[in-house]
Design a protein around this ligand. Sequence first.
Ligand SMILES: O=C(O)CCC(=O)C(=O)O
Ligand SMILES: [Fe+2]
Length: 491
Amino acid sequence: REFYSSTGQLIKLLGVGRDLVKNLTDYITAEEAILENLKRVLPELSAVTAGVGSADELEEHVSDPLTAYRLVRTLRSKWTMVEEILEGSPLPEFQTVVKLNSQSLPTDRDEDGIALGLLRLQDTYQLMPQSIMGRGQLGLVDVESFGPNETFHIAMIAYKHQKFSLYMSWMLETLRQLDLGPLSASLLRMDTLPVAHSFIQQLLSQDRTEIQVMLQQMYHTSLQQGFLQGVDHSDIDLLTHRSSFNRTYEALCRGQGIRMPPERQKRLFCRYTRGGGSVQHLYAPFKEQDEWDTPRIVRYVDLMSDKEIDIIKKLSRPKLERALVMDLKTGNKFSTESRVSKSAWLSSEEDPAIDKLNRRMSDATGLDMTAAETLQVANYGIGGQYEPHFDSKLANDPDLALKGNRIATILIYMSDVRLGGSTVFPDVGAELTPQKGSAVLWYNMLRNGLEDDRTLHAACPVFVGSKWVANKWVRERGQEFRRRCSLSPTE
Ligand SMILES: O=C(O)CCC(=O)C(=O)O
Ligand SMILES: [Fe+2]
């Protein structure tokens, strides 16, 4: 159970939160009724116990038989009432509810994971904290902005993950919010942070070389202080150390990639196709549109209906688990920030809808699905992403010899995404935007049987919205007569 890697879990959390509010409201109402009853007992109790004076006066007071009688009787009966009222208290049940629910609430890890998602968005889409918080020109709904406690938490997470430039932007935002200025004493009190105020001044003066020197110093100080113990230093995110690998990926995600020249664009078409030649689709062909020329990427529009999508989502929701990545050397699977989503596998026996979908994919593409992998459904939450990878690089795959490699990927978009979440091919510049109900197809293998290195691709971080996709990995076995082979080394 993990709240940050998919929106599905957040919806559940919303439900848990609502239950909590209802329980708490019920409890308060019940306690208020009890307090009202207790208050009603109070006047009589205080009336019989009232009376001040010297010891002699008090003695005279209680020696009056009527008074004595009333004191004994009232105390007895009213205190029994108090006991009875309190016995009706829902406190023990409420405490049990509270204990039970605290197990389904988010943990530190969730809080940090969500903050890391925000930082990833900021990094990829190159935003200032203000824009992230919805005050920029992003046309977002006006979400309530963060306060200094929140911006400080995000700064700390950035620091912990060695994202120093991001850390600085959130520290400055925190200081701005606290309205204390860069020389604030509170900054110096944060003694876990090796931040000198001269550093902040330099940052404010926007001198980049100075900033870089200071970032390096800060990094070394934190190393000395053991703050970064146990982390992998090969991937330090200083302003100076950004791999060009990630830069093209992120530029594409921002829509700033290289554009396809117009003469090539002119050669992209759309057409009706009966791919597999199935009789069923003789009069209802599929709409196929070219997305990219080399490598060829096509999109099938309206491959799935909204109703089918609802069925598939419903089937996968209870099975969604954090998606893992395979270690190419050992074949072991592990969870990593480079792939943040939840996924589930749905076999065609599970529901007729899945079987029908598999058949439709075969009809549209003309590919044989007998050796294909079962359908994988994935859900990405805010900041959810999958960094550049090949679908065909399979390590320790027991099916490889029997079924062959992943010759093609069919990626179905089961949602629109309001902002972010494109599928990008950094080496060639293609950007595919999620379009609900459509599916894209590309070949990971060349016709000559070798892997096509141009199919390196990534899922950009989701900025606003929830992204649902389904992956169908088609294997080589079965395509021998469906896709022409070639002896050319490049084809
Ligand atoms: O979600 C996407 O856009 C791509 C997902 C992907 O590449 C994968 O799951 O292998
Ligand atoms: Fe992929």
